[in-house]
Design a protein around this ligand. Structure first.
Ligand code: BDR
Ligand code: CA
Length: 314
């Protein structure tokens, strides 16, 4: 299996991502680190520990990370994820507490200890990842790839042009993009498309197995409806985990990506340069060098839904 570490802000769809990473036979979830985003970091830690317990994986190390972005103040998304940050489903409090090391220390330890290079899956603002890269740059020697949920080629969600994770900590996202390792951007363009149909969500909810049932509850809470009569639920962040388990389901193009850092209405936008590649077009003359990122442009929705259900109902 592929060794993976998830950095998250659990978060309804982060929880869906954790459930998949725990249950997919092709993935070896080695640690989970928490950061402020959808809710405050202590809420994220609690939610993450609870999800891992419900998933039957209470042994996976979990660490508490950054309480706030590098520069911005915390701006949670409780309007989307509920007061507790995870849909207010009335889940039990976790039985354990997080690791006694912080997220950056746990990331460093687990990345360097892995016998095979690790794939990092950030599904949250990139604060922990940026702090890691600046504090322990040597970790990149044992990172296979970073597959991050964030950014948008087309339309944003936090603002007309900015996606929430990048908008919440734009400087951190810029540091992540310049990590110098292969990077896949699983942005809103694909993120919003992978929806589990209503009948499947109902079946998951009716399951007697706690982890499977939780996936159903979370999906039902998430919506959204393309078909109002039978809404289903979006996989959200879990799609980034699908992209690691089954990269063939994603169509990516290697393109320059720049995070807009200037104050104002474009702050947090990921500017993806879809013009012809340098050398192929004079359009690029004088263009500043930007990191090249494998940007997801298309996704095989049916394939990822099938992958998700097969793993979570296993
Ligand atoms: C991202 O923002 C969060 O609310 C979700 O968990 C996801 O990671 C989508 O913009
Ligand atoms: Ca998230």
């Amino acid at each position: 299996p592929v060794p993976v570490i998830i950095d998250c802000d659990t978060g309804i769809d982060d929880a869906l991502a954790l459930l998949l990473a725990v249950r997919h036979p092709g993935l070896d979830l080695r640690a989970v680190t928490c950061v402020a985003g959808n809710t405050d970091v202590d809420g994220v830690v609690r939610n993450t520990l609870t999800v891992l317990e419900q998933a039957g994986a209470p042994e996976i190390p979990v660490a508490r990370g950054a309480e706030r972005p590098l520069i911005e103040a915390v701006r949670t998304a409780r309007h989307v994820h509920g007061h507790d940050g995870m849909g207010d489903l009335g889940l039990p409090a976790p039985a354990r507490t997080p690791a006694d090391v912080d997220a950056v220390a746990l990331l460093r330890r687990e990345i360097l200890a892995s016998p095979r290079p690790v794939t990092l899956i950030p599904t949250a603002p990139a604060t922990n990842i940026a702090l890691l890269l600046r504090t322990h740059p040597e970790v990149t020697s044992n990172i296979e790839r970073i597959v991050f949920m964030g950014g948008a080629v087309a339309t944003g969600n936090a603002t007309p042009v900015a996606e929430f994770n990048v908008w919440h900590d734009p400087e951190a996202a810029a540091i992540l993009l310049s990590a110098g390792v292969p990077i896949t951007m699983y942005g809103l363009d694909v993120f919003q498309r992978v929806i589990v149909p209503g009948p499947d969500v109902r079946r998951l909810r009716a399951s007697a197995e706690p982890g499977t049932r939780l996936a159903g509850e979370l999906l039902a809470h998430r919506g959204p409806a393309t078909d109002e009569t039978d809404p289903g639920g979006g996989l959200g962040d879990a799609g980034a985990v699908c992209a690691v388990a089954d990269p063939e389901g994603l169509t990516t193009h290697r393109l320059p990506v720049e995070v807009s850092l200037a104050p104002g209405p474009a702050r947090g936008q990921t500017i993806v340069d879809r013009r012809a590649r340098p050398g192929e077009s004079e359009l690029h003359e004088g263009t500043r060098e930007q990191p090249l990122v494998d940007v997801a442009l298309e996704v095989d929705v049916a394939r990822y839904v099938k992958l998700y259900l097969a793993a979570v109902e296993r």
